[in-house]
Design a protein around this ligand. Structure first.
Ligand SMILES: Cc1ncc(COP(=O)(O)O)c(C=O)c1O
Length: 447
């Protein structure tokens, strides 16, 4: 077996499938709170959280301890054989924080994609209808059903057709999608998006054939764009008019990421089915699909399940996560740090050295993005600027890494996303913002 850092990387490159992309050709060896370390000796401030997962920081002692203790009691308890204690305890913790009291029937799986698969199956059974409408720019995963409703990048489906049939898409209220500029009014974006959705229901998928509308309340892999509350409320109204179910995908936004347990709470909208994963167990594979009992009672026993679904170790970790949220007042920290982060990014945007390179700063809670101009946007996009340098987001993210900040890009646009731990300290957040600002200025100076 290879031992040195270089050898290990070469070994991985040789034997790990090419289908997996990587931000850095390195081996991650340790995570502690807001930092990660690599075999090659580098230590970085982590503003990626493993794509919005380690929301309480890496290896939070309470969470790791709960999982370790559970490992000594019961590691596997297959959900079709019996209940397990952490599974039930977790439901007890989740019930009072659901965005609507009607959400009272739970099912745990491992990944976000699996949660989406389950939600799609449920929507068909609950309504007896087949079609699903998802959002342009939406991301829901890489398995066949989830891939079919994913509309954020063609790389997820290229070469893999035919996908699950019966999927239609409609624009999300993101200015790019209507060829508008970032200062487009929210009212106009909401009007245009709801109008397009109504057209889809008149021209592509009749309401009587439409089981569900699926939406991320903040578009994640599509660009970190919060849905205006009026849009979410409008979609709910359309669902109510036609008895269509609303599936809210909180896989990335859920569990405090945007300052409330679930982003949909801001709008007051009631989901019929909601999915969550990522932050739920702070790194242990666990996803959850919740709906209401009068709907889930329509499912045949045995139609849902999976060997590892609702693993007791992952559930025990999630119970600890729920406790830590309350005890450490994590949501208060999200609110305080979010203001600081947005203030810092807005001041960078207005810095004369940055000129007009930053076209948008947006986000909610600690799910925040900076968008740069690009010479490569589709023709007709008003944010297209042929005279600027290309790949600003990727170059900035790379420069941040060289300076010790792990940060990700997202979407087909030039977007850098900020997903730091929800319990990050003021000092670490400030440090990350300083590295980002320095990197942006350097990259812009280099042209
Ligand atoms: C909103 C959303 N839904 C679903 C998924 C898929 O989750 P997973 O990668 O765990 O399958 C993701 C993953 O990024 C996501 O962001």
């Amino acid at each position: 077996m290879a031992t040195s850092a270089d050898n290990l990387v070469a070994f991985g490159q040789r034997h790990v499938t090419a289908g997996i992309s990587r931000l850095t050709e390195a081996v991650m060896t340790k995570g502690e709170g807001s930092h990660v370390s690599f075999e090659d000796g580098r230590r970085m401030l982590d503003f990626s959280c493993g794509i919005g997962v380690t929301n309480l920081g890496h290896c939070h002692p309470r969470v790791s301890r709960a999982a370790a203790d559970q490992c000594m009691d019961l590691v596997h308890a297959q959900c079709s054989i019996a209940f397990n204690l952490p599974y039930l305890r977790l439901i007890e913790k989740l019930l009072p924080i659901m965005p609507h009291p009607s959400l009272d029937s739970f099912y745990f799986w491992n990944s976000g994609s699996e949660a989406i698969e389950a939600a799609l199956k449920m929507a068909r059974v609950f309504t007896g209808r087949q079609n699903v409408i998802s959002m342009q720019g939406g991301y829901h995963g890489r398995t066949y059903g989830a891939m079919a409703v994913t509309k954020s990048k063609t790389v997820y489906s290229e070469g893999f057709f035919p996908l699950m049939p019966g999927v239609f898409s409609t624009p999300f209220p993101y200015w790019h999608q209507f060829g508008l500029l970032p200062d487009a009014s929210e009212e106009e974006l909401v009007r245009l998006s709801l109008y397009q959705l109504e057209l889809v229901l008149k021209q592509q998928s009749a309401p009587k054939d439409t089981a569900a509308i699926l939406i991320e309340p903040v578009l994640g892999e599509g660009g970190y764009v919060p849905a205006p509350l009026a849009f979410l409320q409008g979609v709910r109204k359309i669902c109510d008019q036609h008895d269509i179910l609303l599936i809210v995908d909180e896989v990335q936004t859920g569990f405090g990421r945007t300052g409330k347990y679930f982003n949909i709470e801001y709008s007051g909208v009631r989901p019929d089915i909601m999915t969550m994963a990522k932050g739920l167990a702070n790194g242990f594979p666990l996803s959850c699909i919740v709906s209401r009992k009068n709907l889930t009672d329509k499912l045949q026993p045995g139609s849902m399940g999976g060997t590892y679904a609702g693993n007791p170790v992952a559930c025990a970790a999630a119970v600890a996560v729920a406790d830590v949220f309350k005890e450490e007042k994590v949501l208060d920290n999200v609110s305080a740090r979010s203001h600081e982060l947005l203030a810092s990014l807005n001041s960078l945007r207005n810095d004369p050295e940055v000129g007009s390179a930053i076209v948008d700063v947006r986000g909610v809670g600690l799910m925040v993005a900076v968008e740069f101009v690009s010479p490569l946007y589709p023709s007709g996009d008003p944010a297209l600027n042929p005279s600027v340098s290309k790949a600003l987001a990727t170059r900035v993210a790379k420069r941040c890494m060289e300076k010790g900040l792990l940060i990700l890009t997202t979407s087909i646009y030039e977007v850098v996303r900020f997903i730091p731990p929800l319990n990050i300290s003021q000092a670490d957040l400030k440090k990350g913002c300083e590295i980002f600002a320095a990197s942006v200025k350097e990259v812009i100076r280099e042209g």
